[in-house]
Design a protein around this ligand. Structure first.
Ligand SMILES: [Cu+2]
Length: 162
């Protein structure tokens, strides 16, 4: 009993430290300017066999995601079904805002870049794609459309992991 209580307490103490934005660097090693899509700060690709909750996200040419805020439980696997209701190509990338801003700079130089990373999808008009992701860390994370100009115009959202 005593041991269990202690572990639980330590777990609670450790949680805020995990949520802190300790991620820095690590982008210097990939060749050819291709972003490797790691988003380790917020979790890991979901196991297709795991139980997952579906959250529908709609993209529009008004440069908005709907919804713009998503709340999940730590450890939960989410199947994002991402639908592009616009006439333009959009994309959805999960990450920390630092990662998204850095990746957006790469996208500006390579506007036709497409994504099949576990944490990102490129969605043509009228199409839907899926991101399966397990959120292993508590905190506040972001998603954005990294097509040049879209995120600065407001095409972004927030994921709260409790
Ligand atoms: Cu977009």
């Amino acid at each position: 009993m005593k041991t269990a209580t202690l572990v639980l307490t330590l777990g609670l103490l450790a949680a805020p430290a995990l949520a802190a934005p300790g991620h820095s660097g690590g982008h210097g090693s990939h060749g050819g300017g291709h972003y490797d899509g790691h988003a380790a700060a917020l979790g890991e690709p979901g196991d297709p066999k795991a139980k997952a909750r579906t959250i529908s996200i709609v993209m529009s040419d008004e440069m908005r995601f709907s919804p713009e805020t998503v709340t999940v439980k730590r450890g939960e696997t989410i199947r994002f079904v991402v639908k592009n209701n616009g006439q333009l190509r959009h994309e959805m990338t999960l990450g920390t805002m630092d990662e998204l801003v850095e990746h957006a700079k790469v996208m500006e130089q390579h506007p036709d870049m497409e994504h099949d990373d576990p944490n990102a999808v490129t969605v043509e008009p009228g199409q839907s794609k899926t991101i399966l992701w397990t959120f292993t860390k508590a905190g506040s994370f972001d998603y954005g459309c990294l097509v040049p100009g879209h995120m600065p115009a407001g095409m972004k959202g927030r994921i709260i992991v409790r």
